[in-house]
Write a protein that binds this ligand. Structure first.
Ligand SMILES: Nc1ncnc2c1ncn2[C@@H]1O[C@H](COP(=O)(O)OP(=O)(O)O)[C@@H](O)[C@H]1O
Ligand SMILES: [Mg+2]
Length: 307
């Protein structure tokens, strides 16, 4: 549904997006994750037809965003990372204003507004002045506005920024619901944990380049082959050289009663490792797999340690 191929965008002689490619199939929630300045907003603005690529292409539903910008505009709902302020309007008036701006026919407006308010749970706030709303309410209103023309593709720039945990959970549920309605969603964040559990796949960007893309599990596998194990033992001093005698083992760290190591081999070979430890007289108190830490991986990626 979204196809970005070799996208480059320069501002003068500064390259903000440096050859990014990814695709998002229909109904997926793709998390675009990277530190500030990575080029997320620029890429999203190209997809929303607000900026033209310097090089490469972007397509929505097979339509090139430059060549078919009017059609793409109708297909895409773009929520920017900062909201304009409309003092003096309440929730319904705000939505009526944008329904008119999107040329939704007058007789249909009330029903459309009722629908989006229902979806974003704004019904009770219908007469609340926009200026007095909390950040979470405001984000829901922005999303309601983005949904007015029933876009097939949603491009949401940092929608979770500044939300409290409760509002974030509500946002996650809402994105899931929208995806289950068949909408394709591209959502950005500079904080991985904000997004990891909302997305079917993620792309990690830094300095205008995409470091990795795919499901969270596949990215971990790609960049971190093998498994991290934690051995509990009464004798780590003896355990470390015994572990090192295996070519498939890399000792990572050890402490008073434990050793962590990577095992890059078949799963059932771990039995051989345990047997070898026993033969060397290393007391094995326990052995468990440590779940790879996504946040850790993200930090390594965006520090450029993993290429
Ligand atoms: N209109 C602009 N003119 C010049 N530089 C820009 C402009 N917009 C963004 N940039 C620069 O491009 C880079 C990427 O910005 P942006 O796409 O906003 O990244 P992100 O959304 O990941 O924080 C940043 O270094 C930013 O300063
Ligand atoms: Mg941004």
């Amino acid at each position: 549904m979204i196809e970005v191929a070799g996208l480059r965008k320069c501002y003068g002689d500064f390259t903000a997006v440096d050859g990014i490619s990814f695709t998002v199939p229909r109904g997926e929630v793709f998390g675009f994750i990277g530190p500030n300045g990575a080029g997320k907003t620029t890429t999203m603005r190209v997809l929303a037809t607000l900026l033209e690529p310097t090089e490469g292409s972007a397509r929505v539903a097979g339509l090139d965003v430059v060549e078919f910008s009017e059609e793409v505009k109708r297909l895409v709902g773009y929520m920017p990372d900062h909201a304009g302020v409309y003092d003096g309007l309440d929730v319904v008036e705000y939505l009526e204003f944008f329904a008119a701006a999107y040329s939704i026919p007058r007789p249909r407006r009330a029903a459309v507004i009722a629908d989006v308010m229902d979806l974003t749970d704004l019904g009770e706030l219908r007469h609340r002045p926009v200026s007095g709303m909390s950040k979470g309410m405001r984000q829901r209103l922005m999303l309601a506005k983005t949904l007015l023309h029933d876009p097939q593709v949603l491009i949401l720039d940092e929608p979770a920024a500044g939300l409290d945990p409760r509002a974030r959970i509500e946002l996650r549920a809402l994105l899931k619901e929208l995806a289950s309605m068949g909408k394709t969603i591209l959502v950005s964040s500079h904080i991985l944990t904000e997004l990891a559990d909302m997305c079917t796949s993620v792309g990690i960007v830094e300095k205008g380049r995409l470091h990795a893309a795919g499901t969270v599990a596949s990215i971990l596998g790609q960049l971190n082959p093998g498994r991290t194990m934690r051995l509990r033992t009464g004798d780590p001093v003896k355990a470390v050289p015994a572990l090192r005698s295996f070519a498939s083992v890399e000792v990572l760290d050890s402490g008073e009663r434990w050793v962590t190591f990577r095992h890059d081999g078949e799963e059932d070979e771990i039995g051989d490792v345990v047997r070898a430890l026993a033969i060397c007289g290393v007391p094995v108190l326990g052995l468990e797999e440590e779940k790879a830490d996504l946040e850790d991986l993200f930090l390594r990626l965006t520090r450029g340690e993993v290429q």
